[in-house]
Design a protein around this ligand. Structure first.
Ligand code: C2E
Ligand code: MG
Ligand code: MG
Length: 731
């Protein structure tokens, strides 16, 4: 080959080589660019790329720069060895990491994966997932690992939460998770145990299947209000088990909200507190109840009494405290033994409870002292008093029944002290003191009795109550008699008499009507009394007639109470009783007062007319003291006006009385009514009345009211009043 052609060949070869080199270089550069791009891409991603030497300290050969954004460490520090990777691993994880790596090196696996914690530049641990394999490099057969690391902290935390939640669900506290509409999404085992619902039976159903029905709308309203405004509610609720049994639970409900603050779930945790309630009850029982009788003890009793005092004052409703003490209980206890004593106390408690109503409280204060608290006896003191008396009677009756002992009966009497409340501003202690005093009064008056505490306010009421009891007996035993006061005309002839009631009291002797008629009217005892009066009067007049003691003019007046008159069967009652005794109806006059006749005017006309048609006469008693309106009276079948004693009394001196008396007389005469003056004591009075046209008189001037035998004598003999007036017997 020539030198020139060699040279040409050579330059061609170089040119080719250069070209090849250029393209190779180009390719290399391209590859490098691509690699660089890929690296950049990696470094933007979540995985940190590592390469490190398989040597004791695992020296980092390469690490992608995103290590700084994820863990805060600088790649250069790691590569330079300033930071040792192995020292960053959590001390608890280092063993695991080391053994995993060693095992891998010994084995045949292509890669290994491991999770461990690594500290970041700020001192917080991150959970890392680490995937690695050997770098298969010809120059460095087994010398390095390559791999990537992912930060899995969030996933780990979520897992932890889940396992925490799972552990929580295993708790002995019942848990239910519901959707916002109350539908149950999840329950735990304790829930099923308490409620009896298996998860598959209850999930999807609304939580309200557990409602007991024991709570009202208001309760749920405040429940939901708290839950929506505060996100939490805690308290006691009664719920219903699958079996239908109700049970108390202590429940906390929390609303779970999402990041936007919208409620996504409710988590309810609850415990069955039946046992606790029972225990509480047992404790309460010990603290507030007497273990022997199970009655409320002194403490509870005072609580209730204080409450009742406030109530009674506010509602203006009376109540009573009855202090019961068994008579000579200590003697019984000592002589018969404590077992007998106990059984008597228990029986006393039972009897007390039996007599009392719901709302009353029987209590044992200690020893043989019991007390009954009886509220709501009425807003009228008098009614309350009577009601209390009735309860006391019943109580007394029960307590004094014989006690049955195993082989005989034992009579144990009791003394009861009673006080009505509220009286002024008495405290519970004051009330009890007074009840205690009343009880001692009962003991002093010979035991085996009951006694009302006597503040002045109650004295009158008590007297009236007693009077009523006595009147009751008086009616039963017909203790009433009539006295008769004659009525005379201006010639001194007897034209009739007024029957005046007297009560022949077994201890007090003759009692006058003003002292008991008001109470009789109040208790309506006046009705049976009235019937007896009419019968007696009828009996007597029939006798006088038979004995020819009276002439055909004689009319007997009977006073009629407003209460009796207002009875629907008044007419039948009067006529029936008169006819029963065979009385002549035309000789009977009923005395009514103005107030009575104008009360129910139409009814009055009806009643009076019916009786008037049968011949019965009517007079208006005490005329002038009432409405005095003849307007009302002229349509009534009235025969007589009786001028009230008050005018007659002053008619001689007082010009006012004179005017009134004269007016009544002239009005009565104009209406064609007869006139009679009552309470005529002096001749001057009689004179004035006669002068002005009143010709009939009744009063001490002629005669006081007389017993029936005396009146009969009076009818038989003439009676000289003065030289002008001689009361004449008939015939
Ligand atoms: P009254 O019907 O106005 O009876 C007249 C009263 O005046 C009688 O009193 C009588 O004793 C009395 N009196 C008679 N003459 C004189 C006198 O000259 N001077 C004075 N100062 N008093 C005289 P008494 O008997 O105590 O009766 C009082 C009231 O009791 C009666 O007033 C009458 O409202 C009522 N009452 C009497 N008896 C009965 C009855 O049987 N039934 C009913 N419901 N009430 C009766
Ligand atoms: Mg009268
Ligand atoms: Mg009168």
């Amino acid at each position: 080959m020539s030198e020139q052609s060699d040279q040409a060949l050579e330059s061609e070869y170089f040119q080719k080589l250069t070209k090849q080199m250029d393209s190779l270089l180009g390719e290399l550069l391209d590859t490098r660019t691509e690699l660089e791009q890929e690296r950049q891409l990696f470094e933007m991603g979540p995985a940190i790329i590592f390469r490190w030497g398989i040597a004791p300290d695992w020296p980092v050969k390469y690490v992608s720069t995103n290590v700084s954004s994820i863990l805060g460490h600088q790649a250069d520090d790691l590569i330079s060895g300033e930071l040792h990777f192995s020292t960053l691993i959590h001390p608890d994880d280092i063993d695991n990491v080391t053994t995993t790596v060693e095992r891998f090196l010994e084995g045949e696996e292509a890669f290994f994966e491991i999770e461990y914690r690594l500290i970041d530049s700020r001192g917080n641990y991150h959970w890392l997932f680490h995937h690695a394999m050997r770098a298969r490099k010809r120059s460095d057969e087994v010398g390095t690992f390559i791999g990537y690391v992912l930060d899995i902290t969030e996933r780990k935390e979520a897992e932890e939460q889940l396992s925490l939640a799972a552990t929580a669900m295993e708790s002995s506290v019942a848990i239910s998770i519901t959707a916002p509409n109350g539908n149950i999404l999840r329950v735990n085992e304790a829930f099923s145990e308490i409620t009896g619902y298996a998860p598959e039976e209850i999930i999807g159903k609304n939580h309200n299947v557990l409602n007991s029905g024991k709570h009202d709308k208001e309760f749920f309203k405040s429940f939901w209000k708290a839950l929506t405004s505060e996100g939490y509610w805690e308290g006691e609720i009664w719920n219903k088990k699958k079996s239908g049994e109700l049970f108390p639970e202590w429940i906390s409900v929390a609303a779970v909200k999402d990041s936007a603050g919208v409620i996504t779930h409710y988590v309810a945790t609850f415990q069955d507190i039946s046992e606790r309630k029972l225990a509480e009850k047992r404790i309460e029982q010990l603290a507030y109840f007497d273990p022997l009788t199970n009655l409320p003890n002194r403490r509870l009793y005072f609580d209730r009494l204080s409450q009742e005092l406030v109530h009674a004052r506010r509602l203006n409703n009376f109540g009573a405290v009855m202090f019961v003490d068994l008579d000579r209980f200590k003697q019984i206890n000592d002589s018969q033994g404590h077992a007998v004593g106990d059984s008597i106390l228990m029986e006393t408690a039972r009897r007390l409870t039996r007599v009392l109503r719901e709302g009353d409280t029987a209590s044992r204060l200690g020893g043989d002292e019991f007390v009954a608290l009886i509220p709501n006896l009425g807003s009228e003191l008098e009614t309350a008093f009577q009601n209390a008396g009735r309860v006391a009677e019943k109580l007394f009756f029960e307590l004094t029944k014989p006690y049955e002992l195993p082989n005989r009966e034992l009579i144990v009497t009791a003394s009861i002290g009673i006080i009505l409340f509220p009286d002024e501003q008495l405290t519970a202690e004051d009330v009890m003191k007074q009840a205690d005093m009343a009880m001692y009064q009962a003991k002093e008056s010979g035991r085996n009795s009951y006694h009302f505490y006597r503040p002045s306010m109650q004295q009158e009421i008590e007297d009236r109550y007693e009077l009523e009891q006595q009147l009751n007996r008086a009616v039963k035993e017909r203790q009433f008699v009539l006295h008769y006061q004659p009525k005379v005309d201006r010639g001194g002839c007897i034209v009739g008499a007024e029957a005046l009631l007297r009560w022949n009291h077994p201890e007090r002797g003759l009692v006058f009507p003003n002292d008991f008629v008001p109470v009789a009217e109040n208790s309506r005892l006046i009705i049976p009394m009235s019937e007896q009066i009419i019968q007696i009067a009828a009996d007597d007049i029939v006798q006088w007639q038979e004995q020819n003691l009276i002439d055909e003019r004689f009319v007997l007046s009977i006073n009629i109470s407003a209460i009796h008159f207002s009875q629907d069967d008044f007419e039948e009652s009067v006529v029936g009783n008169l006819l029963l005794k065979g009385a002549d109806l035309t000789r009977i006059e009923l005395e009514l007062t103005e107030g009575v006749v104008i009360k129910d005017y139409d009814k009055t006309i009806e009643k009076m007319s019916a009786l008037s048609e049968l011949g019965i006469r009517f007079s208006i008693d005490d005329f002038g003291t009432g409405y005095s309106s003849l307007q009302y009276l002229h349509r009534l079948p009235i025969n007589t006006l009786k001028i009230d004693r008050a005018f007659v009394k002053d008619v001689v001196e007082d010009s006012g009385s004179q005017v009134i008396t004269k007016t009544i007389i002239s009005m009565g005469r104009n209406l064609g009514l007869e006139l009679i003056a009552e309470g005529v004591e002096e001749s001057a009075q009689r004179q004035f009345l006669e002068t002005h046209g009143c010709y009939q008189y009744q009063g001490y001037l002629f005669s006081r009211p007389l017993s029936e035998p005396d009146f009969r004598e009076f009818l038989k003999h003439p009676f000289v009043i003065n030289e002008k007036t001689i009361v004449q017997p008939i015939g």
